[in-house]
Design a protein around this ligand. Structure first.
Ligand code: S3P
Length: 442
């Protein structure tokens, strides 16, 4: 349990956030199915990414952890065995709380010569898996839900020949897109995944670096396409993982809700499929500047954020929806906290996906912000936040969801009295040192 009080002074200083979760997962998975070694620095050592390491070790991949002798920087080395190098695991593959591990790995497992089972914790066992089972089975895979409820545990039968697919995903989801593309690496013929808006494209960028023939295009109907021509060998590479913008979001928010604050968050990934929080908060009047922008394939920058009074434009209203949503999906809980402190109404729409994340994030955010005194209502696909009412401390229910624990730690800084976060340890799913890093600024 952690108890937090309203911030007594402005937050000032430099912050380094840990490595990007999406990129860290992919570096292990793609390294495992490539020939030769992949060396990763900046890897996120959080519970979710350790689940990915554990699963690939169970399939015979050697993954070492060492320190670079010259500078003591931690390095993860994945000894890849190529597309056909995985061994049958002895037990069920356990993915913990990680949707990314479960769904992306299903795409790889669909094409293996062996049978296996995959499951995770009680949250994973409730999250929809049909979104990957359906396209993968259309490609010729044989994946079934053991309880017949379209959720984990899944049984994946091996030895199937997969066919490339033209798949129109009804949702913008990088997990769905990536699962289909990974299966496509093993398939006969090309695979194209269309989605209504471009979701994070780390898979496309990283697979290109590993040697795959894959790219993004805007289709004639305006949808986003990822196109893969299989057959290229994958080879190990060196990867330097940038800081996670989803983790930086809590410090951006903290600076925006505590008057007088100024924070510099260093070395953060600002890929345009992930930077919605910066663009949208900028439109609301937040003073956020990118410094030292490094425009490599996965661009990164230092983010300077200064306290600003946010407003909703001429009619006192601000709307967040459409194609911005996939670019800030994991940040929406903390954006709701910022909106609760802003002197305007904020409407979040087109975000029904929040209901099937690690928890039902629409209902959980609304319940907790209400408990803190906010005037807020849930909608089917988002929420309406009447911001500007003073917040007070409350007992927060995180539903074991890391993003809720961290979002409400930020809300606590703007609330009169004490806010208690009972299961604060769930922050370790994506950011083990979060509370220590936050407290160092208080
Ligand atoms: C992720 C994709 C997103 C995101 C999740 C990580 C990824 O999920 O919410 O935290 O690494 O591909 P969806 O694909 O379900 O939108």
């Amino acid at each position: 349990m952690i108890a937090l009080e309203k911030a007594a002074k402005p937050l000032r200083g430099d912050v380094f956030v840990p490595g990007d979760k999406s990129i860290s997962h992919r570096s292990i998975m793609f390294g495992a199915i490539s020939e030769g070694t992949t060396e990763i620095t900046g890897f996120l050592e959080s519970a979710d990414c350790l689940s990915t390491i554990d699963c690939f070790r169970k399939m015979g991949i050697i993954i070492d952890h060492s320190m670079r002798p010259s500078n003591g920087v931690p390095v993860i080395t994945v000894h890849g065995k190529g597309l056909g190098g995985l061994n049958a695991p002895k037990d069920t593959l356990y993915t913990g709380n990680s949707g990314t591990t479960t769904r992306l790995m299903s795409g790889i497992l669909a094409a293996q010569p062996f049978d296996c089972n995959i499951t995770g914790d009680s949250s994973i066992e409730k999250r929809p898996m049909n979104r990957v089972m359906k396209p993968l089975n259309q490609m010729g895979a044989d994946i079934t839900s053991l309880r017949g409820n379209e959720c984990c545990p899944l049984h994946i039968s091996g030895g199937k020949t997969l066919r490339g697919i033209n798949y129109r995903s009804p949702i913008a989801s990088a997990q769905v897109k990536s699962a289909v593309l990974l299966a496509g690496l093993y398939a006969v013929g090309d695979t194209v995944v269309y989605e209504p808006a471009l979701s994070r494209n780390h898979t496309e960028i990283m697979l290109t670096a590993f040697g795959a023939d894959i790219h993004n295009e805007v289709a004639t109907d305006g949808s986003a396409a990822a196109i893969l021509h299989p057959g290229m060998p994958l080879h190990g590479i060196k990867i330097n993982v940038p800081g996670d913008i989803s983790s930086a979001a809590y410090f951006i928010a903290a600076a925006l809700v505590v008057p007088g604050s100024e924070l510099l968050i260093r070395n953060v990934g600002v890929n345009s499929t992930r930077d919605g929080i910066i663009r949208v908060l900028g439109q609301m009047g937040a003073d956020i500047t990118l410094l030292n922008l490094d425009e490599s394939q996965e661009p990164k920058a230092d983010i300077l954020v200064r306290y600003s009074e946010l407003s909703g434009g001429a009619n006192g209203k601000f709307e967040i929806g459409g194609k911005d949503i996939p670019t800030m999906i994991d940040e929406l809980p903390v954006v709701a906290v910022i909106a609760a402190c802003a002197d305007c109404d904020t409407i979040i729409r087109d975000a029904a996906e929040l209901r099937v994340k690690e928890s039902n994030r629409i209902d959980a955010v609304v319940e907790n912000l209400k408990a803190m005194g906010c005037d807020i209502e849930a909608t089917e696909d988002g929420m309406i936040i009447h911001g500007g009412k003073p917040l007070h401390g409350a007992d927060i229910k995180t539903y074991n969801d890391h993003r809720l624990a961290m979002s409400f730690a930020v809300a606590a800084l703007a609330a009169e009295g004490t806010t208690r976060i009972v299961d604060d340890r769930c922050a370790g799913i994506s950011y083990p040192s979060f509370f220590k890093d936050l407290q160092s600024l208080l």
